[in-house]
Design a protein around this ligand. Structure first.
Ligand code: SF4
Ligand code: SF4
Length: 547
């Protein structure tokens, strides 16, 4: 069912921006060639990085599990083509921090041989329980393909909440990016199938698809794919940036506000991206893990902008070469759009599950950075903020590093949409300040957590040492007392027998040699002998003297 008359709730702020989308939508989606080397980061999602389960030198097949999920909020990684593992090491990855991260590097063999999986696709998945559906989605390594990268199986768990509405985000509001638009035009039935599977997993009563009103062809394709189903509504929302922000789209479609720093789940709504829905369809009905995605290659630095179906792990350099991009003309390469994207330091970084767009700007179009001027408190930033924040206040506290105060102004509700940056007459890079403040607060919290853990460990160690000392002392005292005590045969018969034997020997010795009665007898005998000798001497003396 499509509803032209569905009431649209208008979110606060936002901007009407030049779209620049048509430059990449004139061609159909093209398949990128298999690269000579695949670089697959272990962390392509929010949560714990996956753990490698292959070693250097192993041969791998397309679709083979090469890294296992580590914990509840984590997903596995699969080989996106066949070949040999040649390294497991830190490489450049697409990330705002520009830091290198652990990757599994596969030298491809060009044969693209797929593994025989035990998990077969199920055209009729209705017999699967919700847990089985979620497990298959997890095992396929699916994450939010809109750019956030949150593991989809976690988002499909209602955690006791009753889910009234499942929303598919088809707005794709950021300038230049058109991968979702092209996916909807060419694979609308797969998207609707994925939507149905997610609806079953969530027991959602109804479904809505929110699409910007500039995507006429995609809208028509979706309309055709849903046929006369009356529990799916396709709702067109005004093309106003950031209409595709999760909270903004939910508000536009339902008039409901997700709680500050809470999740839409708490108001009975779950929102997924159209690309994620297509990946869920492939995982459940075909048994295919997430091995590829559609990427928009666009910008003034690319001679023929287009959308490509790319194997995960393909180096961005390979894609630029395929699009005949002259490296010497590149002024700047970004991942994502101009509003929420980030600059890429090295184009050796690979395409990951969250890479929706590679935006290359020609050197001639790079403007010199302008010097920021002091804030004049004009309030224009607050007027355009779609979250109703006070960016000038946030800026003030971020600049003076008053991180306690900044949180009172809901810093963590900021979606970093960049609207405030665009309108600021003083050209203050506000979003940079907000990112800096968020990163510093997270770092401080991590440090505090670490020092709390270290202190607890230290206190537990001291307690253990004290306990061991006490126990040792008690053992020693018990031993001493036992030695003093008459041996108890019942307690230690061996010891008692030895002591009794020793006692008997001692008694015998005493009786034979040193008893007081013996001593007395010997003394009497000796005495009488002495007496007799004395008497004889006296007699002899008398005879000698004649008396
Ligand atoms: S738009 Fe810029 S100058 Fe105006 S209040 Fe906001 S930060 Fe200050
Ligand atoms: S970047 Fe943050 S503060 Fe600025 S307009 Fe967007 S949400 Fe508001």
């Amino acid at each position: 069912m499509t509803t032209a008359s569905h009431k649209i709730f208008s979110f606060h702020g936002g901007l009407y921006l030049d779209e620049h989308k048509s430059i990449s939508t004139s061609k159909r989606i093209e398949s990128a060639p298999i690269p000579a080397m695949l670089v697959l980061p272990l962390s392509q999602h929010i949560g714990a990085a996956a753990k490698p389960c292959v070693a250097i030198g192993d041969s791998v097949l397309k679709g083979q599990l090469i890294a296992k999920a580590d914990g509840r909020v984590s997903v596995p990684v699969h080989a996106s083509s066949s070949g040999k593992v040649i390294a497991i090491e830190k490489r450049h990855v697409p990330h705002p921090s520009q830091l290198k991260a652990e990757c599994i590097v596969i030298e491809t063999d060009g044969r693209d041989t797929a593994i025989e999986t035990e998990q077969k696709g199920l055209a009729n998945y209705h017999s699967l329980s919700t847990d089985e559906l979620r497990q298959r989605i997890h095992d396929a390594g699916i994450v939010g393909l809109g750019g956030a990268g949150f593991p989809s199986h976690v988002k499909l768990k209602p955690n006791g909440h009753h889910i009234e509405t499942l929303i598919l985000n088809a707005a794709e509001c950021e300038p230049y990016i058109s991968c979702d638009d092209m996916l909807m035009r060419e694979q609308a039935p797969a998207i609707i199938s994925g939507l149905r599977i997610m609806q079953q997993a969530l027991h959602a009563k109804n479904c809505m698809i929110g699409i910007e009103d500039n995507k006429v062809e995609a809208y028509a394709a979706l309309q055709e794919a849903i046929g006369d189903s009356d529990d799916i509504e396709i709702v067109r929302v005004p093309t106003r940036y950031p209409a595709g922000g999760e909270r903004q789209l939910i508000y536009s479609l339902t008039g409901k506000q997700a709680p500050s720093q809470g999740r839409p789940l708490e108001i009975g709504i779950v929102c997924h991206n159209v690309g994620t829905a297509a990946a869920v369809h492939n995982a459940i009905t075909k048994g295919e893990p997430l091995l590829s995605r559609i990427v928009t290659l666009t910008g003034s630095g690319i001679p023929q902008p287009r959308n490509m179906h790319v194997l995960l792990g393909t180096p961005i350099d390979d894609l630029l070469e395929h699009c005949r991009t002259h490296k010497e003309n590149i002024g700047r390469t970004m991942i994502g759009g101009p509003m929420m994207g980030y600059i890429l330091d090295s184009t050796t970084a690979p395409v990951t599950k969250t890479t929706n767009c590679v935006l290359v700007t020609h050197q001639r179009d790079i403007k010199k950075p302008e010097t920021a001027l002091p804030c004049i408190r004009c309030g224009e930033c607050a007027d355009v903020c779609p979250v109703n924040l006070l960016p000038q206040q946030l800026y003030w506290y971020a600049r003076s590093q008053e991180f306690d105060h900044i949180q009172d102004y809901n810093l963590f509700d900021c979606i970093e949409c960049g609207c405030c940056d665009v309108v600021c007459p003083s050209r203050i890079p506000l979003v940079q300040y907000f990112r800096f403040a968020k990163t510093t607060i997270w770092q401080q919290e991590r440090n505090k957590e670490k020092s709390d853990k270290a202190r607890n460990r230290h206190e537990l160690r001291l307690e253990r040492l004290e306990r061991e000392k006490r126990e040792k002392r008690e053992r020693h005292n018990r031993k001493k007392a036992a030695l003093k005590k008459e041996p108890d045969q019942k307690e230690d018969p061996k010891k008692a027998a030895i002591l009794a034997a020793m006692k008997r020997v001692k008694e015998k010795q005493v009786a034979t040699h040193v008893s007081p009665s013996n001593t007395e007898n010997l003394n009497a005998e000796q005495q009488s002998k002495i007496d007799e000798a004395d008497a004889r001497r006296a007699e002899q003396h008398k005879d000698k003297n004649g008396s």
